[in-house]
Design a binder for this molecule. Structure first.
Ligand code: BGC
Length: 512
């Protein structure tokens, strides 16, 4: 789950009540939360490759191209500080905003946080659509980032609290699915708006981000607050009526009592940050830091942010660059489905390991192909069949990511943290992820200029390290209730030294 959501795992209860209209609405809101995040991930690459956009805001890139025309170094075509900042600023704002968002979500409730996130995002997309200078463009991106930070924090929490227990795990993956759909929609929109003559296609691309934002803002007005949130603020009667309405049955006593108990326990968790640095939580702490770090060091966002720029760098025309991004977008969505349907059957480790090996082979193939054609001078071109082969390797790489590190990078950290460390674990996971998303966006164009095709070996190196890490240090967590996680660490050759005997009978509860 791309967000600071509280994910509930391991509950074996089967409460009464099913999927009601409320739950369906909750899913729609969740989808808009994932969509706005995905749309942002996918939109900037296409826009920054559009001539009209570059002409208006980054004339120096055009001048450089003209100056070097004929002997230009393809690797450095787009190496421009402000262009990078346009892409990366959003993630820095999201990182900072998510800290505030988690407090707003807790103190004022999930609805106000969603409403605020949607509204700020909407303003950001309007500013972007009408921007006349770079400053306004970047202010708009920062506001979008604040919206993403709030959305990523509040929507998953809202969702996990509204959904009946039995579909909570699926919804976790559903959020990732919504992100990939957002990326694909952005790629399609870019493909379409690039055809608009008159030079304002990019404005439409950036402005359309407002559509899911409106849905999220309006959704937040009409949706009910979650019973958990109402209990947290002390109104038990109202919370119970609400739970009955949401579940579509009066028989909610058991679930209601569990919610109250969970709220009591959560209140007792005064120091999740102090807890998580204790020795017995070392495995969780390491996972919550390293998994998001490795997820970003796969290099996936090079493709998500810069695919059209990369394809253009390699000599693809405008249209085929954007079309190629649409193709990788479709592969991303379809391969995420593979993960959803196999993760509980085959387990996490096999997906991680297979995905790692496949990504590695594809990265080596891409590096060798680009190296052979462009060398270190950055001058060269691909024939049509070579370009097709390159696109094939990039798609195979995206597919491998989308059924492994994509969804698992969010799922695994969220399912291993017991309640007493969960808020801290989630916050670390989200912020490390955003930090390195920012970092990759920030350094990619410069690294490409300096490391050339070697850049793909750089990411390949990290994929080797992370795959070895999974092989030796990540235990299988398929079907393990959170109450039994300590048993898993205890049985592990390395982590067992951190788990004292008494911890085995004393793990966190299963409801957040
Ligand atoms: C990652 C994003 C990435 C997306 C691609 C997510 O899990 O956190 O950084 O862009 O997957 O589908």
């Amino acid at each position: 789950m791309a967000g600071g959501g509280v994910v509930v795992h391991g509950g074996s209860q089967s409460y009464k009540g099913g999927v009601t209209t409320f739950v369906v609405f909750a899913c729609i809101v969740a989808a808009t939360g994932g969509l706005i995040f995905g749309y942002d991930l996918g939109i900037s690459g296409g826009v920054t490759s559009m001539e009209d956009f570059l002409h208006k805001f980054f004339p120096s890139i055009e001048r450089k191209k003209e100056r070097e025309s004929g002997h230009e170094n393809a690797y450095c075509k787009f190496d421009n500080y402000l262009l990078t900042l346009f892409t990366s600023s959003l993630y820095l704002a999201a990182l900072v905003a998510s800290f505030f968002a988690s407090a707003v979500t807790r103190v004022f409730g999930r609805k106000p946080a969603m409403f605020f996130g949607g509204l700020v995002f909407l303003i950001g997309s309007i500013l972007n659509a009408v921007a006349q200078n770079i400053a306004l463009l970047i202010v708009g991106r920062l506001l979008l980032g604040v919206g993403v930070g709030f959305g990523n924090q509040s929507v998953p929490v809202y969702l996990s609290e509204m959904a009946p227990t039995k579909i909570r795990g699926a919804l976790n993956m559903g959020f990732q699915m919504a992100i990939t759909i957002g990326i694909l929609v952005a790629n399609l929109v870019n493909y379409g708006t690039n055809k608009i003559s008159g030079g304002w296609g990019w404005r439409l691309s950036l402005g359309l981000a407002g559509v899911p934002a409106i849905l999220m803002t309006v959704g937040a007005i009409f949706l009910p607050e979650t019973p958990n949130s109402v209990i947290e603020r002390g109104n038990l009667d109202k919370a119970k009526t609400m739970l009955q309405k949401i579940r579509g049955t009066d028989e909610v006593d058991e679930e209601f009592q569990d919610l109250i108990d969970a709220s009591e326990t959560a209140k007792k968790v005064k120091h999740p940050w102090r807890n998580i640095i204790q020795r017995k939580y070392r495995p969780e702490l390491v996972m919550c830091c390293l998994i998001p770090f490795f997820q970003q060091l796969t290099g996936i966002n090079v493709i998500m942010f810069y695919a059209p720029v990369l394809f253009k760098t390699l000599g693809f025309g405008d249209n085929s660059s954007l079309m190629s991004a649409v193709i990788t977008g479709i592969v991303n969505v379809l391969a995420t489905l593979v993960s959803i349907f196999t993760v509980d059957k085959f387990g996490r480790r096999i997906l991680f390991l297979e995905g790692g090996v496949q990504m590695l082979l594809c990265q080596i193939a891409v590096a060798v192909m680009i190296g052979a054609k462009f060398g270190t001078s950055g001058q060269g071109s691909f024939s049509d069949s070579e370009a097709d082969l390159l696109l094939f390797f990039i798609c195979a790489y995206v597919a491998a990511f989308a059924w492994s590190w994509g969804p698992l990078g969010w799922l695994v950290p969220s399912e291993i943290c017991p309640l007493e460390i969960r808020p801290a674990g989630q916050a670390i996971n989200v912020s490390v992820n955003m930090l390195f998303t920012f970092f990759i966006a920030e350094i990619f164009l410069t690294l490409l200029c300096h490391m050339k095709f070697g850049l793909f070996f750089f990411f390949a190196f990290f994929v080797v390290i992370m795959t070895i890490f999974v092989a030796f240090f990540v235990p299988e967590t398929k079907n393990v209730p959170i109450e039994e996680m300590n048993g898993v660490w205890r049985a592990h050759w390395f982590w067992k030294r951190y788990i004292p005997d008494e911890a085995l009978n004393n793990t966190g509860s299963h409801v957040a």
